[in-house]
Design a protein around this ligand. Structure first.
Ligand SMILES: [Zn+2]
Ligand SMILES: [Zn+2]
Length: 242
């Protein structure tokens, strides 16, 4: 299996990441990655970009060093209703929307409450991928979340960083979610969650699990540009580039 796109990356705009768009694109090109998505944190993240950051991403070329650049966000789920920290008009104008639960932005609760909150995020019509659902800070009913992801055709992220440097203790939850994705036929998106250019396109830890659980390349969205385009265009025709 070859992952050809890194759809979860951060730049200095996130406030706690340390590379520029140019550096990330260059790193992607050096690794043979064909596409990256700029997915800086939503405005609710302390030190994160203002809403205007997301409106002005159009000034960035759609290709740098031969790498296609998607303009997106890693939005924060900010309440139990699954609302995100960008207005709908903004989300609708982006190429890709990731959504995730983050401890400083998202209310934590019981397993039932966290599950409902994540599912409400999945139900948001602009959300393409639910990120790092294996975060042990937000315990969920993984089976219910994966089933909702299938029902609403949202991809489930296997986050390389969760297996390496972030969200300690994620691994058993990530493994469980991956096996459930296989069982229920959920789409999987492998992301690096890069906060420094050297991490762009490094899927090493995730690949080990994809092999361990015998995941088919067909189940992973970012194994082909066509599969990515099909996933991003599934609900509207607003996204035509890729
Ligand atoms: Zn971050
Ligand atoms: Zn995140």
């Amino acid at each position: 299996m070859k992952i050809i796109a890194d759809l979860h990356t951060h730049t200095i705009s996130s406030g706690h990441a340390y590379s520029t768009v140019m550096e990330n694109a260059r790193a992607a090109a050096d690794r043979g990655i064909e596409m990256i998505a700029m997915t800086d944190h939503g405005p609710a993240m302390p030190g994160g970009p203002h809403n205007y950051h997301f409106g002005n991403q159009r000034v960035i070329p759609d290709e740098l060093f031969g790498v296609r650049i998607l303009k997106g966000v890693e939005a924060n789920v900010i309440d139990r209703d699954g609302n995100l920290d960008l207005p709908v008009e903004r989300l609708a104008a982006l190429d890709i929307v990731l959504a995730g639960l983050h401890s400083v932005c998202t209310p934590n609760g019981s397993v039932a409450e966290n599950t409902e909150m994540m599912i409400n995020g999945i139900k948001n019509p602009w959300v393409d991928v639910i990120v790092h659902p294996g975060n042990p800070e937000f315990l969920i009913n993984a089976e219910a979340v994966v089933q909702a992801a299938v029902q609403y055709d949202v991809a489930v992220e296997l986050n390389n960083s969760s297996l390496k440097v972030s969200r300690a203790g994620s691994r058993p939850y990530c493994e469980k979610i991956l096996s459930l994705c296989k069982q229920y036929g959920a789409k999987i998106m492998v992301g690096t969650d890069s906060h420094f250019a050297f991490a762009i396109g490094d899927f090493t830890e995730a690949m080990v699990l994809l092999e361990k659980y015998d995941i088919s390349p067909n189940a992973v969205v970012n194994t082909s540009i066509t599969a990515i385009q099909n996933h991003l265009q599934r609900r509207s025709n607003r996204r035509s580039k890729g």
